[in-house]
Design a protein around this ligand. Sequence first.
Ligand code: PLP
Length: 432
Amino acid sequence: MPTPKYYSSRDQDKNLVSFEDALLKGLAPDGGLYLPEFIPQIDPATWKYAASIADIGVNVLYEWLKDEISLNDLEDIVRDALNFSVPTVKLKDNLYVLELFHGPTLSFKDFGARTMARLMQHFLKKRNEKRIILVATSGDTGSAVADGFAGMDNIKVVLLYPKDKVSEVQERQLVIKRNGVQALAIKGDFDDCQRLVKEAFMDPELAHLPLSSANSINIGRLLPQSLYYLWAAANSKQKENNFCIPSGNLGNLTSAIFASLMGLNVKRFIAAHNSNDFFPKFLNDESEAFDFKSTVSTLSNAMDVGAPSNFERIYSLIPKETLSDWLWSTVVDDDATVKRMKYCYDNYEYIVCPHTAVGLEAVQRYRHETADDTNFINVATASPAKFPEAISQAIWLDPPKDPSLEALKEKEINVIEIKAKLKALKRHLLDL
Ligand SMILES: *Cc1c(COP(=O)(O)O)cnc(C)c1O
């Protein structure tokens, strides 16, 4: 069986490119997102009896990539990228939290970013080429990508983040000086950052630069993110699980959908959103496709996305009727988020970040509405240590300090502030 090739979500003819091309391009030339022509079917034994997520990673990604990379090279990449623990924590019977924040920058973004960085490095070396990675971040992507790519030969990173719209800790993670990385503080919101990245890709004066993207639109991030659903399901020992995914740009949900299309038994997915409510409204029929909104700032700021870019992917992958069957969604505002953080601490002595709390609140609402009490795995997308302000607001305590975050306070920084204008961004890119 050959491995899948990729087409653009905007290409009626479905012209195919290799994984290597889709990975190195990021966004398709027509502005669409790359989708696999088919999803490889994986034997459940591959994950059920695996000893680590890296074992799952090697075997599952090989089924996706074996036409383009040797097992040896893939194994080196995956074991080096996924070298941290991925524990499941029990809150009570049939309610678990999957902690995806034990990587170096303490959010789930490390899975995708670290794997993608190493895959890109591999293919660029083979081609003897260089890249400039442009990445828009609402908080956690930037630090994960900066960390994942730092110091790699052949690759520079320029990261754009909305100034004053990320937490102090997130900002510290973004702006520390790293080899080959430039942080740009944009005077605007996350949608401005994403728009600037898209405009830069389309700009003829930048066409000679080897630009590539690394936000959750890159297919190279989505594949590794599907692995932890398989790992969590294997550890749960249940025939079937429900997963709740705190969502923003819908990359994590797209990865979960990939896992299920590979053969993972999932009863229901919940897409838990904060007040940026485009997707829940779309699913509940209140909103037409592409009726996007501007971004609202919330406590769970890594999910502050008015126009989720992976929506286009999900929408072309799965018809709306099927989506509405698989997926349940709700809108959790800051008030309900803070209450759920407090409830979680009071009842389970477990401290969650605001994103994870949006998920737990959604699980509770789903159970209330459906009386379904089968096993739930709620994805914990970031460490509470990254959000001390929100934690102390909710539970009147400081979260436990994380030594790696404390160490950042001593490090040198490197950041430039610019207007949310393509002209300003271009000046920097042309100077690199
Ligand atoms: C990025 C992020 C999300 C949202 O994930 P998407 O893939 O954009 O839907 C949720 N929580 C945290 C902590 C994040 O960093």
